[in-house]
Design a protein around this ligand. Structure first.
Ligand code: ADP
Ligand code: MG
Length: 461
């Protein structure tokens, strides 16, 4: 569909008078410039840093991917670049001018399409122009061209509920492109779509970008999907977590369309994988405890990964069936798992001493092999021993043992954690600790009074 739209596309389509029209930036010109950027959110005792020390430039002619695991601050960084939220310190400049509010050179595409259900496709697309005081006639013309460009012709008067996910996201793209932003910002734009739809839309966008008729000069793509980053980006900026820093930047010199089967493609995927699984050496939260070896781990410096017992046991078994060792990227692809999911499981196996990452491989330890081979009762025992190495699980178990009543309100742990985590993160920490502790029979949890209890069987351990 876009192919036909491409043929119809008139070059130099800027008929609508967009007010911010700056001269077209030459390739390589710096459009966005973040310098010394930090961002903190309020925590229980002061500010919790989410991003620190970010220096990043986006130049005309390039697609930059911000790649990182869930919670690494990608969306926060994107919003700072778009001027939707102010940094806590440092600056963001657009074409040399520091931002004081919304960035006039950017438009955003969100993961969830954020369409107004009572407006037609065309009206939704025109929304972006309405705020800019453009006449109805020019709005309609610009909207129809954007609709055509993105392969939505024929759907102008449809309502969002009549559209498939892919078509809805096309509306999201059209609405952003209609204002002809210098920089198109995309926050996981394909992750709510099914695999085939996402693949198709990515391909069409790249075709448009490569055709040179894309009405934007640069793209910033937020993603947690390594393959997507390697497929689309000229530069991949990998963010590490807690707090988000730029861990590494990869240039991607491969020509488009990129060949997933080529050795270069594979090699880059592996290198990026390695960066994302590597322990963040030397990163530390200023003023907080350093990342520590097993003996120094605390619930504050060693967050529990978002991994269920079922998930991590399943992964251990898969690796066991493959001889106790297998390539992470291959395994993720084979299982159709998202990088976020698999890396959380990998972190969990590592924390529990059940597996180690070595080069690009996940390798079961002796304990991991025993765990994978054991029957349910044995595996619970091994898991209990391992789970006590997870600081939060140990804290809950020992606190319960020291309490004469043998039960404690979850709020007690919630308050302790709130000094180190945002409330969303606290929820996830407790959810994982509950799942692990219950399976290990170290303690039980009553959702109604929100209480942890020491099991009779637990006291024996
Ligand atoms: P990503 O997009 O990489 O998943 P985010 O930028 O959404 O990461 O979030 C980074 C961290 O900041 C997360 O721990 C999240 O819980 C926290 N966070 C994001 N937005 C807010 C907010 N408005 N208030 C408090 N914490 C937030
Ligand atoms: Mg995000």
């Amino acid at each position: 569909m876009v192919r036909s739209a491409l043929r119809n596309l008139l070059p130099g389509r800027a008929t609508a008078e967009t007010p911010h029209k700056a001269p077209r930036a030459a390739d390589g010109e710096v459009l966005l410039d973040a310098s010394g950027l930090t961002k903190s959110y309020a925590g229980a005792d002061g500010e919790l840093p989410v991003l620190t020390g970010i220096d990043l430039q986006v130049r005309a002619g390039e697609i930059v991917a911000l790649l990182g695991r869930s919670g690494s601050g990608k969306s926060t960084l994107l919003r700072c670049l778009a001027g939707l939220i102010p940094p806590s310190s440092g600056t963001v400049a657009y074409r040399g001018t520091p931002l004081t509010g919304a960035n006039p050179g950017t438009a955003m595409v969100f993961q969830t399409f954020a369409l107004l259900p009572w407006l037609t496709v065309q009206q939704n697309v025109e929304l972006g122009l309405e705020a800019r005081g453009i006449s109805a006639e020019d709005r309609a013309e610009a909207a129809l061209q954007a609709i055509d460009l993105i392969g939505l012709d024929g759907f102008e008067s449809a309502y969002p509920k009549e559209l498939s996910g892919g078509m809805r996201q096309r509306v999201g793209f059209a609405r952003a492109l209609v204002v002809e932003p210098d920089v198109l910002m995309m926050d996981e734009p394909f992750s709510a779509l099914d695999v085939l739809t996402a693949e198709n839309l990515r391909g069409e966008l790249m075709e448009l970008w490569e055709s040179g008729q894309f009405p934007t000069r640069a793209v910033v793509l937020v993603t947690h999907n390594i393959e997507e980053a390697v497929l689309m980006a000229d530069r991949i900026v990998v963010l590490g977590s807690r707090p988000g820093t730029i861990r590494e930047t990869f240039e991607v010199p491969l020509p488009h369309p990129r060949d997933r089967d080529s050795a270069d493609f594979d090699d880059l995927i592996d290198r990026v994988y390695r960066t994302m699984t590597g322990r963040p050496k030397g990163t530390r939260i200023p003023g907080r405890a350093e990342p520590a070896g097993p003996e120094k781990r605390t619930p504050a410096n060693t967050p529990l990964p978002a991994a269920s017992v079922d998930g991590l046991s399943g992964l251990a078994e898969m690796v066991d069936h493959r001889g106790g060792r297998c390539d992470l990227a291959d395994l993720a692809e084979e299982l159709g798992l998202e990088i976020d999911d698999i890396l959380s499981l990998v972190d969990a196996l590592d924390l529990l001493g059940l597996a180690k990452v070595s080069e690009d491989d996940l390798v079961l330890t002796e304990r991991g092999t025993t765990f994978a081979d054991a029957d349910v009762q044995q595996s619970k025992q091994i898991f209990a021993e391992a789970a006590l190495e997870a600081p939060l699980v140990r804290l809950i178990a020992t606190s319960l043992r020291q309490n004469p009543d043998r039960h404690l309100r979850a709020g007690f742990f919630r308050d302790l954690l709130a000094h180190h985590y945002t409330s969303e993160q606290v929820d996830q920490q407790l959810e994982t600790a509950t799942d692990w502790g219950r399976y290990a029979e170290l303690y039980s949890y009553d959702a109604d009074p929100q209480e942890y209890r020491l099991d009779e069987s637990g006291t024996a351990k």
